[in-house]
Design a protein around this ligand. Structure first.
Ligand code: NAP
Length: 264
C-alpha cells in the first residue's frame, strides 16, 4: 500500500474513533516564525485536525517574541485544562534557545515526543515504524542503516529499530564514503535523514530487496527532493513529497490520542 493510501486508511480509523468521544481531543500549535516551510507544515496539521474532528488552535506569535515571553506561553499551555497537548513549531527566531524550549514543554503535553522524559515517541520515527510494520517489512535480525544522527529523527529511529531487534548502524557526516558504501550494500532497511538532495544515488549498490525510507526534504530549483534519488533499484522506497512527511503528520495525532489515553 502506498503511504498516501495507508495514511488515508489510518485517518479514517482515527476519525471514527474521535467521533465516539464526547470530549474531543484538543491541540495547540505555537508558531513563532514566518518561514514558508513551517507555515505549510502548520497548515497541513490544521487541515488534518479538521478532517479528524480534533480541535486545533493556532497560536501565532510575532517574530519579536522573546524567549521569556515564549516560556510564559508554554507555561500557560503546560498548565491549562483546555489543550491535551501542544507543539512549538521550529525554527524559532534567533536569540531563542530551541533545546531549552523543547525541554520546557511538559512531557505530559509534548505531542511531538521530543522531551527526553516523554513516554511518547518522536513523530517521524514513530510514523515510519508503524508504516514499515504495516507493510510487513522484515525487521527482526535484519540490518538497519540510519544515515543522520539528529535528536528528532536519527537517534530515536535507531532506538526504535533496535527494539525491533534489528542490527542498527548509525552513519553521519564523519563516516568515510568507503564505509558508507559498505554499510549501504549490506543494509536491509536504510533510513536517511541528512538534508542533502539525492545523496543516495546510483554510485551506491543496494540489496535488491532493501527498503529505503527517505526522510529528507530539500527545496531545490527542481522542486521538493528527498535525500535519495527517486526509483533506486530496491524493493520499497518512500517518495518525496507524499512520503515520510505524511507519516509524521499522522503520528502527531496518534500521539495526541495516546496522551488522552485513547488508542486505535
Ligand atoms: P539535522 O539536524 O539537519 O542533521 C543532519 C544530520 O545529517 C546530522 O547528523 C549530520 O551529521 C548528517 N549529515 C549531514 N551531511 C551528511 C553527509 N554528507 N553524510 C552523512 N551524514 C550527513 O537532521 P534532521 O533534523 O533529522 O533533518 C534531516 C532532514 O530530514 C532534513 O532534510 C529535514 O528537513 C528532514 N526532516 C523531514 C521530516 C519529515 O517529516 N519528512 C521530519 C524531520 C526532518 P553530523 O551529526 O555529523 O553533523
Amino acid at each position: 500500500m502506498t503511504i498516501k493510501e495507508y495514511v488515508a486508511l489510518r485517518k479514517e480509523e482515527i476519525k471514527n474513533l474521535v467521533a465516539t468521544l464526547t470530549q474531543k481531543p484538543s491541540i495547540a500549535i505555537v508558531q513563532v516564525n514566518e518561514d514558508a516551510g513551517s507555515t505549510a507544515y502548520v497548515r497541513g496539521k490544521l487541515k488534518d485536525a479538521e478532517e479528524l474532528g480534533i480541535k486545533a488552535e493556532l497560536i501565532k506569535l510575532p517574530l519579536t517574541t522573546t524567549q521569556a515571553e515564549l516560556l510564559k506561553v508554554i507555561d500557560e499551555l503546560n498548565n491549562d485544562n483546555v489543550h491535551d497537548g501542544f507543539i512549538v513549531q521550529m525554527p524559532l527566531p534567533k536569540g531563542i534557545d530551541e533545546e531549552l524550549i523543547k525541554l520546557s514543554i511538559s512531557p505530559k503535553k509534548d505531542v511531538d515526543g521530543f522531551h527526553p522524559l516523554s513516554s511518547l515517541v518522536a513523530c517521524t520515527p514513530k510514523g515510519i515504524l508503524n508504516y514499515l510494520k504495516h507493510e510487513q517489512v522484515p525487521l527482526l535480525g535484519k540490518n538497519a542503516v540510519i544515515i543522520g544522527r539528529s535528536n528528532i529523527v536519527g537517534k530515536p529511529m535507531a532506538r526504535l529499530l533496535l527494539k525491533e531487534s534489528m542490527n542498527v548502524t548509525i552513519l553521519h557526516s564523519k563516516t568515510t564514503q568507503e564505509d558508507m558504501a559498505n554499510f549501504i550494500a549490506r543494509a536491509d532497511v536504510i533510513v536517511i535523514a541528512i538534508g542533502k538532495a539525492a545523496f543516495l544515488d546510483n554510485r551506491f549498490t543496494y540489496k535488491k530487496d532493501a527498503t529505503i525510507v527517505d526522510v529528507g526534504i530539500n527545496r531545490t530549483e527542481q522542486g521538493l527532493i528527498g535525500d535519495a534519488l527517486a526509483n533506486l533499484p530496491v524493493k520499497l522506497q518512500t517518495p518525496v513529497p507524499g512520503g515520510v512527511g505524511l507519516l509524521t503528520r499522522l503520528a502527531l495525532y496518534e500521539n495526541l490520542l495516546e496522551i488522552k489515553g485513547v488508542t486505535k
